[in-house]
Design a protein around this ligand. Structure first.
Ligand code: NAI
Ligand code: MG
Length: 485
């Protein structure tokens, strides 16, 4: 595979080696095999990418490109991704370990749709005329922020890049994308495809590398105007602190410990299915994973039994097999983290109902079985800390107020699920939950048009939706014209 894999830095529409000549291996977590040695960007390479991006912002080919043309390029990029979807999905699965059907049937179609949605926005970025006192005409211009640094995690490598790259380009910015070191390959392919469809040099640059070097250099660089980050809350804090030196515009989409609340009047079958996909989809390596399931006491026992039965049907296997429901955990380090939480849960006195076993497929790879903990106290570590694996904590509650209190008893506020047949109760709880997204009788729904992001320490700023994109990727200029001279 490695010959076909793009493994160098992508700067100004060209493949370049890292200045220091360093590379790092990226592996297939299902087999442990090295897929490619990838050029490792350091500060001097980030300098080169910033120079290219600033060049694009000064180049009439990008700066003066008409909005319809920008729209057309984004649409063509969507077409190119769609045409190559099989190969890109296979690359994503090889690098990340998620089941191929998730990459191919969920990630890729939504990535394509995302580029089309923001293609539609490119020629609708407009200001306003404003009635002001005096003999003046006042209007606003919505202008690009400039050079946008985008830092993404490894769980949805191309999707989360697309969420940010598409609107940033739609608004006329130049982008430097720093993908996660575990999963850099599809981002590099995106850069290459953007050039193929006609984006001018420097509009989209891709610099794989590590957080404390490449990531930090991007955050601190005076030539970068904004940072859009998705990743851990811990690193989000560092990013905000380091961005303060140059007063960059920052948006952070961080971790979660999202509650999935099951009332006794819910369809238990639907709630069990929703709780199961809520935590086991993507091996639970999902920022919005429903990792705390709160269940009303009257149905608690039944619910736990049914969820455990479903967990036991989550087939661990080769990500390329269509029967596989749980693929590989992205890295050995991440699997160690997940396993350490399983131990912590047992030690804290929660009941391990099923799963919690480290395993291999064909004697290789980083795998773990779907894990359910019951009798979890809301204060336990497994109920408070983001595990980012297929591990769910099931917690009983007494009534609506208790459910809301427990749901909100977290530093996070990314998402929540509510399962009930009572419409009034559903909307009341939706309004009382401190989270950026609430799903009622469903879970893990996303759409390019619907804003997604955090309350509390899950961050700020929104991905998706055109209003959120305008807020993040444009700045407003107010222009005054005297009418009496
Ligand atoms: P991370 O937050 O370290 O990595 C995310 C991105 O930030 C990567 O591109 C990384 O290279 C970059 N980065 C790391 N340090 C940086 C720095 N000092 N300056 C600039 N960029 C930096 O996440 P990691 O270590 O891969 O995962 C650890 C835990 O974080 C997971 O177990 C999970 O709990 C959480 N996480 C949450 C994600 C989410 O979507 N909310 C995504 C990834 C991880
Ligand atoms: Mg990898």
């Amino acid at each position: 595979m490695s010959d076909a894999v793009r493994n160098r830095l992508w700067i100004a529409n060209e493949w370049v080696d890292a200045r220091a000549g360093e590379t790092f291996p990226t592996t297939n977590p299902a087999t442990g095999e090295v897929i490619a040695h990838v050029a490792e960007a350091r500060a001097e390479d980030v300098d080169a990418a910033v120079e290219a991006a600033r060049g694009a912002m000064a180049d009439p080919a990008w700066r003066r490109m008409g909005p319809h043309e920008r729209s057309r390029l984004l649409w063509k990029l969507a077409d190119a991704l769609e045409a190559d979807a099989d190969a890109i999905a296979a690359l994503e699965t090889a690098d990340n370990g998620k089941p191929y059907f998730e990459s191919r049937k969920v990630d890729l179609p939504s990535i394509v749709e995302n580029f089309r949605y923001f293609a539609g926005m490119a020629d609708k970025v407009q200001g306003a005329t404003i009635p002001v006192s005096g003999p003046f005409f006042n209007y606003t211009l919505r202008e690009p922020v400039g050079v946008v640094g985008i830092i993404t995690p490894w769980n949805f490598p191309l999707s989360l890049a697309a969420w940010k790259v598409a609107p940033a380009l739609a608004c006329g910015n130049a982008v430097i994308l720093k993908p996660a070191e575990q999963t850099p390959l599809t981002a590099l392919r995106l850069g290459e495809l953007a050039a193929e469809v006609g984006f001018p040099p420097g509009a989209l640059n891709v610099v794989p590398g590590f957080g404390p070097t490449a990531g930090s250099a991007l955050v601190r660089h005076p030539g970068v105007d904004a940072i859009a980050f998705t990743g851990s809350t811990e690193v989000g804090r560092i990013v905000m602190r380091e961005a303060a030196e140059t007063l960059k515009k920052v948006s952070l989409e961080l971790g979660g410990k999202s509650p999935n609340i099951v009332f006794a009047d819910a369809s238990l079958k639907d709630a069990v299915r929703g709780a199961s996909t809520g935590i086991f989809y993507g091996m639970g390596e999902v920022c919005a994973a429903g990792s705390r399931v709160l269940v009303e006491r009257a149905v608690y026992g039944d619910f736990v039994a049914q969820l455990a039965a479903r967990a036991e049907k989550m087939t661990v296997g080769d990500p390329m097999e269509s029967t596989t429901r749980l693929g590989a955990i992205v890295s050995e380090e991440q699997l160690d983290r997940v396993m350490s939480y399983v131990e912590v849960g047992k030690r804290e006195g929660a009941r391990l109902v099923t799963g919690g076993e480290r395993t291999t497929v064909n004697g290789k790879g980083n795998f773990v079985t779907a894990t359910v903990f019951a009798e979890v106290e809301p204060t336990m570590k497994i109920a408070q800390e983001e595990i980012f694996g297929p591990v769910v904590a099931v917690i009983p509650f007494e009534d609506l107020d208790d459910a809301v209190a427990k749901a909100n008893e977290t530093i996070y506020g990314l998402a929540a699920g509510i399962w009930t047949r009572d419409v009034g109760k559903a909307h009341r709880v939706a309004s009382e939950i401190q989270a950026g997204t609430v799903w009622i009788n469903t879970y893990n729904q996303y759409d390019s048009g619907s804003p997604f992001g955090g309350y509390k320490q899950s961050g700020f700023g929104r991905d998706l939706g055109w209003e959120a994109a305008l807020e993040k990727y444009t700045q407003v200029k107010s222009v005054w014209v005297a009418l009496d001279r």
